[in-house]
Design a protein around this ligand. Structure first.
Ligand SMILES: Nc1ncnc2c1ncn2[C@@H]1O[C@H](COP(=O)(O)OP(=O)(O)OP(=O)(O)O)[C@@H](O)[C@H]1O
Ligand SMILES: [Mg+2]
Length: 263
């Protein structure tokens, strides 16, 4: 087990392109600026998180080596990130045939250094074995939804998988919150998506919605955090990070440091 003061958060969604990777990348950045020691874990064979952090594509070992038992989690940390690449697709296939396949990541992360207060796991765009591994390893789940029609359905499906993980292997798993992402509140569909989510999930929906902007694609391409690339937009993620911190026992005081940073 990681140190008891480490909180592990799985960021997931039922469908692709809901801003999971951008959320992990930018939250990690905001939380570190608030002095919260944060490990990011790329659990997607696309390796986008590793790209967003500008890690060399051939860096080793990766999360695939960790899940296959070839490396310890602590050996696979590069600049506070455990990276992924396409070899994770193969590791996932191998994992499928093993006993305790859903517990592999949880067991591996038990070896992560105690110094981390938070671990953020970026899930792939499916609710398969890798996402289940993330949910079994996590204390909290953060569900992202694109502010579009059918946002609610996607969140409902993610919730079912969270419940499954809770009912079987991880009874302590709790929902951290539901994030409306890529929002344009001038449009009817964004407003409807938000009110549908609020109706179903109430307070669990973060007050902060992340605004949609083309600047995110530029920021990803240049591997420059949106907090630096466009501080005006980055304010959304600072606000989200503040909400996340107030929801995690023991980290509330970091939320005040963050407020000073946003100052
Ligand atoms: N707030 C935003 N506004 C506009 N575009 C965004 C925003 N956040 C992320 N994007 C862009 O949308 C695309 C998908 O974002 P991201 O990779 O974070 O989503 P994802 O859920 O991780 O996708 P996947 O399911 O493929 O892993 C990227 O091109 C990203 O730059
Ligand atoms: Mg992604």
């Amino acid at each position: 087990m990681p140190a008891s003061q480490t909180t592990t958060i799985a960021v997931l969604s039922q469908k692709g392109g809901t801003g999971k990777t951008t959320t992990v990348r930018t939250l990690a950045d905001a939380l570190r600026r608030a002095g919260v020691s944060t490990l990011a874990v790329d659990l997607d064979p696309q390796g986008n998180l590793s790209d967003y952090f500008d890690l060399p594509p051939d860096v080793e070992p990766t999360i695939a080596d960790v899940l296959s038992g070839r490396a310890a989690a602590s050996e696979a940390i590069h600049e506070d990130l455990i990276p992924a690449n396409l070899s994770l697709a193969e590791a996932e296939l191998m994992l499928g045939g093993k006993m305790g396949r859903e517990l592999t990541l949880r067991r591996a992360l038990a070896d992560a250094p105690d110094e981390y207060e938070l671990i953020l796991i970026d899930c792939p765009p499916s609710l398969g074995l890798l996402t289940v591994n993330a949910l079994v390893a996590a204390d909290r789940a953060l569900v992202t939804a694109e502010a579009q029609y059918f946002a609610l359905q996607g969140v409902e499906q993610a919730m079912e998988v969270i419940e499954l993980a809770r009912d079987s292997l991880n009874p302590d798993l709790q929902l951290l919150g539901v994030l409306l992402n890529l929002a344009d509140m001038r449009t009817v569909h964004s407003r409807e998506a938000l009110s549908a989510l609020r109706e179903s999930y109430g307070e669990a929906v973060f007050d902060t919605a992340i605004r949609s902007s083309i600047a995110y694609a530029e920021s990803a391409e240049r591997a420059v955090s949106i907090l630096d690339h466009r501080p005006d937009l980055g304010a959304d993620y600072l606000a989200l990070a503040g909400e996340v911190l107030t929801r995690i026992p023991g980290l509330e005081s970091a939320s005040e440091r963050l407020a000073q940073h946003a100052g």
